[in-house]
Design a protein around this ligand. Structure first.
Ligand SMILES: *Cc1c(COP(=O)(O)O)cnc(C)c1O
Length: 219
């Protein structure tokens, strides 16, 4: 199946309110162009240098989402063009994004990454930390970032009940946070679990291998 067919296939199954982020990390420019020509405009990348390189070679009307783990010292490279930063997992990172956004005279939209998986390897904030952040005066004083919602990754398991439980915990938490974030963006669901994620309230899915094929990290 071609990239175009994969995209059509996925999109035909998506409710209108769900945004599809095409995750193109490790994939060559030509693959992104193919998706672009098939109508895809929202792309997600994980690595700053790779993203910066790709942006130069691709059309200007693409919305670039940064979905990887972002180091504070690299925010400045993506601040000029990034549309949404998904994985904000610390107050200090948010502060740096605010600083770089101010320099660019813009407001950068962000999602806070929630830690919901059982694995130790996944980054993110706890529900308590997020709540503290949202009510804090420090966040209130940040004029150049806007927290639009939450991003999460479920445990890497075949146990659908477990995954469902984790996704629903984000949905329920987002409902509690409605006074602070009225219409939250909920970014969860990848190639293996996006159908379940949408059932559990996701309105933004990040899909890579089901569009572009399996990734080869050894190249
Ligand atoms: C790579 C990646 C994805 C896409 O994963 P697939 O299983 O290829 O769909 C989604 N979200 C994040 C944060 C990723 O790093």
């Amino acid at each position: 199946m071609s990239i175009k067919e994969n995209l059509q296939n996925i999109k035909s199954k998506l409710p209108n309110h769900v945004c599809l982020v095409a995750v193109s990390k490790t994939k060559p420019i030509e693959a992104l162009e193919e998706a672009y020509h098939a109508g895809q405009r929202v792309f997600g990348e994980n690595y700053v240098q790779e993203l910066v390189d790709k942006v130069q070679h691709l059309p200007k009307d693409i919305e670039w989402h940064f979905i990887g783990h972002l180091q504070s010292n690299k925010v400045k490279y993506i601040a000029p063009f990034v549309t949404l930063i998904h994985g904000v997992d610390s107050f200090s990172l948010l502060k740096e994004i605010n600083k770089q956004a101010l320099k660019q005279n813009k407001i950068i939209d962000c999602l806070l990454q929630l830690y919901i998986a059982k694995e130790e390897t996944k980054f993110g904030l706890t529900f308590e930390e997020v709540e503290q952040l949202l009510v804090s005066e420090d966040y209130g004083n940040m004029k150049n970032v806007s927290i639009k919602g939450f991003m999460a990754m479920a445990s890497n398991t075949d146990n659908e009940t477990q995954i469902e439980k984790e996704f629903l915990s984000v949905l329920n938490f987002s409902k509690k946070m409605i006074p602070y974030i009225p219409n939250p963006v909920l970014s969860y669901g990848m190639s293996g679990d996006y159908t379940l994620a949408i059932k559990c309230g996701s309105n933004m899915i990040r899909v890579g291998s089901s569009i572009f094929g399996v990734r080869n990290y050894t190249k």
